[in-house]
Design a binder for this molecule. Structure first.
Ligand SMILES: Cc1cc2nc3c(=O)[nH]c(=O)nc-3n(C[C@H](O)[C@H](O)[C@H](O)COP(=O)(O)OP(=O)(O)OC[C@H]3O[C@@H](n4cnc5c(N)ncnc54)[C@H](O)[C@@H]3O)c2cc1C
Length: 432
């Protein structure tokens, strides 16, 4: 990959962060004829977390981006969600829609790497720059009097751009520059990893969840030989279980899960954890941006905005962080694309600023709702009081079923069509 050196020219669009959202946003812009430069601080595509479950709304967004076909043929749809109460063995099941119901499709778990590669392949190689960390942002006026963003890179060089999109994750520098409130800790943390069964596993293609007092586990098959699993450690767990040090070896975490945290879990869960590929284990605190920070905060200033976790970090209880990041990409691509096409394929700063206002208006309430719903869902699944356990066991999943169906049955729409593609748009990027 090309390394960015001092750039004298002003870029049209710079996207900070080459995660799911950054790549998807670059693809959306590419589809409407705009070349965006992606700056990623890692040396290559970061695929922390190994797997991601994509609900119907994400598949519709991937459809709009023109990449869903590359992934959907590789992975089977999940049939249902099974919730097992660890203390009394009670089982509740929620079937996922299998046939195309309206435009709703069943969720699928996919490898993060496959998703990121499917997106990266759509972009010209020259547009993704690795080992490029931005350290600060300022603005200046160009000769026409329009504001441009000036990015200071870690290596001391500067990059100037008309439009800046921060897709730089939970600890976003762009969000900080916009003055958005810092993400807060939910008090819970999560461990996740990939388990390998070389001879094939026996498990149904279901999303299986195990709920207990302070620990909630889940696993989901990716392929016939791989299962992705996670464990959420609730804030009612003893402190020593909640704070896993960065230096704790993966073997110790795996042993603690099997011998202490989940020793009463059904054998199937422990079997999945036992097959962990230790190199895939990750853990960390679960953070969120307070919904009112999203509703009332500055999600944009002129032609500078944020998307994905940079805008709306949420707890993973509804599996919507990545799905909604894909929605952001499509809506941003559509708003900026319409402005670009209306202005004879020019990015006119004042017009792009209005387009970004429209993007923010469209996304604000949707993502604030997802943050709140994810938090409530996680809070309910922690059975630390008899009242919570009663609501969780008796009614929560019945309500959740309808609600989950409603939030994932969301169509973020399409991208505007452009009449012809430049030859450049056909060059493909191969990244390992
Ligand atoms: C346990 C867990 C399970 C989850 N499960 C699901 C799920 O099943 N389904 C789902 O939809 N979502 C899920 N999520 C959420 C999902 O992982 C995130 O919402 C998604 O990865 C956000 O993508 P992003 O591109 O916005 O941010 P990120 O993936 O964090 O990407 C940000 C990128 O920006 C780069 N970057 C950061 N700072 C800089 C800088 N200064 N300069 C340059 N580059 C920078 C980083 O290196 C990174 O590559 C889960 C999250 C967790 C924690």
């Amino acid at each position: 990959m090309e390394r960015v050196t001092e750039m004298k020219k002003v870029e049209d669009v710079v996207i900070v962060g080459g995660g799911i959202c950054g790549l998807a946003t670059a693809v959306a812009l590419k589809r409407v004829g705009i070349d965006a430069v992606v700056l990623e601080r890692a040396e290559t595509l970061r695929t922390t977390g190994t797997s991601i479950t994509l609900a119907s709304n994400a598949w519709l967004a991937l459809d709009a981006l023109g990449v869903s076909h590359k992934l959907s043929r590789l992975y089977s749809p999940l049939t249902r969600s099974t919730v097992i109460n660890v203390s009394n063995g009670a089982v509740q099941q929620i079937s996922f829609p299998q046939a195309d119901k309206g435009r709703q499709v069943a969720p699928k778990a996919v490898h993060r790497k496959a998703l990121m590669q499917a997106l990266a392949e759509e972009l010209p190689i020259k547009n993704i720059h690795f080992s490029c960390k931005i350290t600060s942002i300022s603005t200046e006026l160009d000769i026409q009097g329009s504001s441009i963003a000036v990015l200071l890179m870690e290596d001391g060089t500067y990059i100037k751009t008309k439009v800046l999109i921060g897709c730089d994750g939970v600890h976003s520098r762009v969000a900080r520059w916009l003055g958005l409130g810092e993400p807060v800790n939910s008090g819970r943390s999560a461990v996740r990893g990939l388990s390998i069964f070389p001879q094939g596993h026996q498990y149904d293609h279901d999303f299986t969840r195990f709920v207990d007092v302070s620990f909630n586990g889940a696993f989901v098959p990716l392929t016939d030989t791989e299962l992705f699993w996670g464990l959420v450690i609730g804030n009612s767990a003893p402190l020593e279980h909640r704070d896993i040090a960065a230096t704790t070896p993966a073997e110790s975490i795996q042993r603690d899960i099997k011998e202490h945290h989940c020793k009463d879990f059904p054998k199937v869960y422990l079997d999945v954890v036992s097959h962990l590929d230790l190199s895939t284990l990750t853990w960390g605190p679960l953070k969120l941006r307070l919904p009112w920070n999203v509703i009332f905060g500055n999600l944009n200033k002129g032609t500078i905005t944020v998307a994905g976790d940079a805008m709306h970090p949420m707890t993973p209880d509804l599996g919507q962080g990545g799905c909604s990041a894909l929605e952001d990409a499509v809506v941003l691509g559509r708003c900026i694309g319409e402005s670009y096409l209306k202005n004879e394929r020019q990015l006119v700063s004042s017009e792009v600023a209005k387009a970004i206002d429209d993007y923010v208006k469209e996304r604000r309430w949707r993502v604030a709702g997802l943050i709140a719903a994810s938090f409530v869902s996680g809070w309910m699944q922690d059975g630390s009081s008899w009242l919570k356990r009663f609501i969780r066991n008796a009614i929560f999943y019945r309500i959740f079923r309808q609600y989950f169906s409603n939030i994932t049955n969301y169509d973020c729409g399409k991208l505007p069509k452009i009449s012809s593609c430049s030859p450049e748009s056909n060059s493909r990027n191969k990244i390992d």
